[in-house]
Design a protein around this ligand. Structure first.
Ligand SMILES: [Zn+2]
Length: 342
């Protein structure tokens, strides 16, 4: 029968360390299998992974008594603050990792798919498959994108804790960002990729984060809809979605109007559907901006057409006009001498 004496030596948990990580390290410290260590703490048959998701009162008191910590300190190491709607997004296993942290120390922050930095060393996390953001984007680009990634991560963290009351909500933003603004683009026409590559879906977030669109690998497409988009895909894609959220939440009118401007007939329909639940006052401002953008584009096109027509009219009436003579003389000069001018 285990006694309730406090363990003689208890190393402090790391910053933001997960309960499962710390209990594993404690068991290792005492050279015991995890199951035996939990039994020693009066947690017979407990599942170490389940404890950090639901630490019951009795379990918390038993553990706190044995380890010499308060119940609140133990609860800080669990995911109890993560609301039910966000729990499917949290990495159950290792999550991303820090290249500086000890390999057996896993922090809560690394389990969130919207976090890209170690809370202790402030360096970029690396995906489990070794993917590193620096391998995909230049450091200077990443530095400017980080500002928006931090904004997006803060929104997502608040939403995950059920504390985000802003409208449009995080799911509404992500629904819009993962909606296609045009029919698929055929890679055979617009890129050197092989024809066997399926057409690329054109999601709204690709316009909001063009830096990602330029380097996105083929396996990064397609994307799941809404908040589920952050549960799959590469580290780079999650980073791009978090950046997109930061940008669109900061300037919804500008970004949504630009995406609508670039949409085709089908895409506009799809986007309209996701926008139906957005606040009416915001929609009014978005469509007013879209109206102005379309008018400006139309005016620019008309100006181009009318100046071209005027030039043609002028030429037909004045075939020996000075500008044409200059063009002719230049072409003659070019024919006489092929040496490049300096
Ligand atoms: Zn670290």
């Amino acid at each position: 029968m285990p006694s309730s004496a406090v363990l003689p030596v208890v190393p402090r948990p790391g910053r933001e360390e997960r309960l499962s990580s710390w209990l594993n390290r404690l068991a290792l410290f005492y050279a015991m299998p995890v199951a035996s260590f939990l039994e020693y703490c009066s947690l017979n048959g407990a599942d170490i992974a389940a404890l950090e998701w639901r630490l019951g009162d009795d379990e918390a008191i038993a553990l706190a008594t044995r380890i010499g910590m308060t119940v609140d300190e133990l609860r800080m190491m669990t995911f109890q603050e993560i609301a039910r709607h966000a729990r499917p997004m949290i990495y159950r296993g290792g999550g991303n990792s820090c290249p500086v942290c000890p390999p057996d120390l896993r922090r809560k922050t690394a389990a969130f798919p919207w976090n890209f930095w170690c809370v202790e060393h402030n360096v970029r996390l690396i995906a489990r498959d070794g993917e590193n953001l620096v391998m995909k984007l230049p450091e200077t680009t990443l530095t400017s994108l980080d500002v928006n990634a931090h904004q997006g991560a803060m929104r997502l963290a608040a939403w995950a804790q059920g504390k985000d009351t802003a409208a449009p909500s995080v799911p509404q933003h992500l629904d819009f960002l993962t909606t296609r603004y045009r029919r698929p683009r055929s890679p055979s026409f617009e890129s050197p990729r092989p024809q066997s590559t399926p057409p690329w879906p054109r999601y709204a977030f690709l316009l909001v984060v063009p830096e990602y669109d330029r380097v996105a690998p083929a396996f990064d497409r397609p994307v799941r809809a809404g908040v589920s988009s952050l549960t799959r895909g590469s580290l780079l894609q999650k980073y791009a979605l978090t950046v997109a959220l930061g940008r669109i939440a900061t300037d919804p009118v500008g970004h949504v109007a630009s995406v609508l401007l670039a949409s085709d007939y089908d895409g506009e329909e799809w986007l309209h559907q996701t926008l139906q639940t957005w606040p009416l006052e915001l929609l009014n401002r978005i469509y007013a901006r879209l109206y102005r953008l379309r008018a400006a584009r139309r005016n620019a096109a008309e100006r181009e057409v009318s100046s071209w027509a005027a030039w043609k009219e002028h030429k037909s009436q004045n075939p020996d006009s000075p500008s044409l003579k200059i063009v002719r003389r230049e072409s003659q000069n070019h024919a006489r001498s092929r040496r490049p001018s300096h």
